[in-house]
Design a protein around this ligand. Structure first.
Ligand SMILES: Cc1cc2nc3c(=O)[nH]c(=O)nc-3n(C[C@H](O)[C@H](O)[C@H](O)COP(=O)(O)OP(=O)(O)OC[C@H]3O[C@@H](n4cnc5c(N)ncnc54)[C@H](O)[C@@H]3O)c2cc1C
Length: 714
């Protein structure tokens, strides 16, 4: 393979060993080797079904069917290789999706599979909300891929407001046509009650976990509950009586997935298809809440948070992918002459503006990685404590809820916008599908909306953080002590200081002081605490002005979003700093790798501060001089990172198969690859374009567009 000389030089000048960072990102050298092995299984599969070469030229329906073929082949391979046969948790043996290998394989595919909601939402929902007997009945069918499910909550008329869902599940006693022991009738009473958006629902799922209002035997509306509703025959996939489902149609991205709609016309299901871990309806239609251990109720809550934590974790990977494409391309792409030399053009990566657009995103990709790890580890620790009946207090659970909500919202917003920034930074060629960036962007775009819309989540974050404010205000030692091991607890000293009337100030006395990570962390902590108090005060002031609590809360929403963003940045930097310290203490990498990671942390923090300088100047935490140092330091960090930029994206170790980009190739041989992709386009299949005979010929040969000088005939 010939390597582009610019990329070769870039790689030679790196101050660290990319493979060491690759191992750190994978978890160990052994895990990197395992990942390579799994990637080879995909890329070299003899059926060729996993090839993504034609993806950009396929019609939506063909693309969907091809992804379905990939899903089925992947499952077949996993069974042949015994992937997931033995999981850490014995109960999950045979459940391939519970194996670590499965998520590596998913990433290796570099394409989205239409059955994904089966394991992302449907199976976890059965595990957390169904009782043991129900799990024993349904999970083996899920494991064997006979039952394929989706999670049907959102309706055409309501998404964020779950309490307003309209689908009904009405208890039907035997005397009125129900089965022996009673049934439920699932019904969509209005157009707005049609289910809309669930992935896998449209064409592939044969079951749905439907969220519907439970109307019990006395006709009382018990609010929303979960019901397992068969949609299609497991023998021939035909729709069951009363069920209508279909795909929602082409979307901005994620078009391999059949996000669907569904309508239910008096569909009768067995009574025991209601998820009954936490509530019960007996044969006579009597509704009761079940007495479950505190731990059991928290575990189901934790399962929901884990989905958000995975989204935050994946944000770094998606951003790194976009950065890999654009940074390699920017090293290869030359445009513009330097003053002294008109013989060679400049690498666009040398333009400070290009660096300012890209390096903070690269830094964020590493930053998000460390936070994803912390979030998942903390959630696992809580889950393990609950499973072994060790105490977990409510404060801890609420705290991780706030952290995962804030971080899901922030990381996905930065990643979605960041991928698009990377695309724009490739200039015209970034507009080509073949660059890999348009589809990466449009497919990623769902993340800011799903699992809690990004603009809704800050309200939940602030609700939790306000409790910390109350604890500080009341000076209640016990309440404060409860936050000792919590993320939110780190805000307490700053909150106490501000509420105590002290005017905290940044103690940086020279530019270099503002490169110190503890100084930057303190600045982000202070800002988060101050904005939190500002949001709280705004709401209180509006109530004093005579507004209702609801109106006042509404007035506070913009400040809450600002607070949640600030809190996320604080948590991200804190996790990053601690993560690097841990790696250093465990000597997983050498000093050179630790140094570049610290550069990434510095740039992340400085860039965030530069963007929101007003937040730091507003209360005098930073002086105007210090603010100018922040800007100057961002520039300094661009110089520092520049020689390592390519090696830093190489460390993410994305294969060309995975990148699917003519611009981001490992060898940098961009232009031949670009032309090759043009030649592959079916539009170029013949010498004469497909519209010539029928249309263009009428102009060029038949002359229907020839001008004849007459007056207007209109
Ligand atoms: C690709 C994709 C996949 C999906 N997969 C699934 C799935 O598998 N299963 C499923 O059930 N659903 C799924 N959804 C639906 C998704 O969960 C909802 O779209 C999401 O919850 C937002 O709800 P909505 O679309 O009704 O928006 P709305 O709730 O109408 O929100 C619209 C806007 O109003 C704002 N807003 C709404 N209420 C408030 C408020 N109280 N305060 C402040 N602002 C507010 C929101 O921030 C948002 O910007 C999917 C959606 C997409 C796009």
């Amino acid at each position: 393979m010939t390597l582009n000389p610019d990329l070769e030089r870039e790689r030679a000048q790196a101050s660290f060993t990319p493979e060491k960072l690759t191992n750190l990102l994978d978890g160990s050298a052994a895990k990197t080797a395992r990942r390579h092995q799994l990637e080879d299984i995909i890329a070299k599969d003899p059926t060729g079904i996993f090839s993504n070469d034609d993806n950009y030229y396929l019609h939506r329906t063909e693309r969907h069917v091809r992804s379905l073929a990939k899903a089925v082949r992947l499952i077949e391979i996993c069974r042949q290789l015994g992937i997931g046969n033995e999981n850490n948790n014995n109960n999950e043996n045979g459940m391939m999706v519970a194996s670590e290998d499965w998520s590596v394989l998913m990433y290796a595919l570099a394409d989205d599979l239409p059955l994904a909601l089966h394991w992302i939402m449907f199976v976890p929902n059965i595990k957390s909300l169904c009782d043991e007997e129900q799990q024993a009945q349904w999970l083996p069918l899920c494991r064997d891929w006979r039952m394929i499910g989706c999670y049907a909550q959102t309706e055409i008329g309501h998404g964020s407001n779950v309490r307003a869902l309209e689908t009904t599940a009405t208890f039907l006693p035997e005397s009125r046509g129900g089965d022996k022991g009673g049934s439920f009738m699932i019904h969509s009473p209005t157009i707005t009650s049609y289910k809309a958006w669930p992935g896998t629902l449209g064409r592939n799922a044969n079951h749905a976990m439907v969220i519907a209002r439970l109307i019990d035997g006395e006709g009382v509306d018990r609010g929303v509950h979960n019901f397992l509703v068969p949609l299609r025959s497991m023998k021939d996939h035909t729709m069951l009586p009363g069920v209508e489902t279909g795909d929602l149609g082409p979307k901005i991205g994620y078009n391999t997935m059949d996000n669907g709609f569904a309508c239910f016309k008096n569909v009768v299901i067995p009574r025991r298809n209601m998820a009954m871990r936490f509530a019960n309806v007996d044969e006579h239609g009597h509704y009761s809440k079940k007495q479950v251990s505190d731990a059991a109720s928290k575990i189901s809550y934790i399962t929901m948070m884990q989905v958000r934590a995975h989204i935050a974790d994946n944000a770094g990977k998606a951003l790194a992918k976009a950065c890999t494409i654009v940074i390699r391309y920017s090293a290869v792409r030359r445009q513009g002459y330097s003053d002294s030399d008109e013989a060679t053009e400049n690498q666009i990566l040398d333009y400070r503006q290009q660096q300012h657009r890209l390096f903070p995103l690269l830094a964020n990709s590493y930053c998000f990685f460390f936070t994803g790890k912390v979030l998942l580890k903390n959630l696992k620790a809580i889950e393990n404590r609950l499973l072994t009946n060790q105490p977990v207090n409510k404060v801890q659970v609420a705290d991780i809820h706030a952290s995962s909500s804030a971080l899901k919202s922030y990381t996905t917003m930065i990643t979605a916008d960041g991928i698009e920034d990377c695309r724009k930074a490739c200039g015209g060629h970034g507009f080509l599908q073949a660059s890999g960036l348009p589809e990466l962007f449009t497919t990623y775009l769902q993340n800011p909306t799903v699992e809690g819309d990004n603009h809704m989540l800050p309200q939940q974050v602030v609700k939790v953080l306000l409790k910390v404010v109350q604890a500080v205000q009341s000076k209640n030692k016990k309440a404060l002590a409860a936050y000792k091991t919590c993320d939110a607890g780190h805000l307490i000293p700053s909150l106490q200081s501000i509420l105590g009337g002290r005017l905290d100030k940044c103690d940086a006395s020279c530019k270099e002081d503002l490169l110190e990570l503890p100084t930057l962390l303190q600045a982000l902590c202070h800002r988060a605490a101050r904005l939190l108090l500002g949001a709280a005060k705004l709401v209180q002031d509006k109530i004093k002005e005579g507004k209702t609590a609801e109106q006042a809360w509404n007035d506070g929403l913009v400040e809450m979003a600002r607070t949640s963003r600030a809190y996320s940045q604080f948590l991200l930097l804190q996790n990053f700093i601690r993560g690097i310290d841990d790696e250093e203490n465990q000597s997983t990498v050498g000093p050179a790798e630790i140094a570049v990671l610290r550069d990434m942390a510095r740039l992340s923090a400085l860039f965030w501060m530069e963007k929101d300088l007003g937040d730091f100047l507003e209360d005098g935490y930073l002086t105007a001089k210090q603010a100018s140092w922040v800007r100057a330091n961002v520039l300094t960090m661009l110089y520092v990172i520049r020689p390592n930029a390519v090696a830093l994206v190489d460390s993410w170790d994305y294969s060309d198969f995975c990148l699917r980009s003519v611009l981001g190739r490992w060898d940098g041989d961009v232009y031949p690859a670009l032309l090759e992709s043009c030649r592959r386009d079916p539009l170029n299949a013949n010498e004469i374009g497909p519209g010539y005979e029928e249309h263009l010929k009428r102009l060029i040969v038949d002359g229907v567009g020839a001008y004849t000088p007459t007056t207007s005939r209109l």
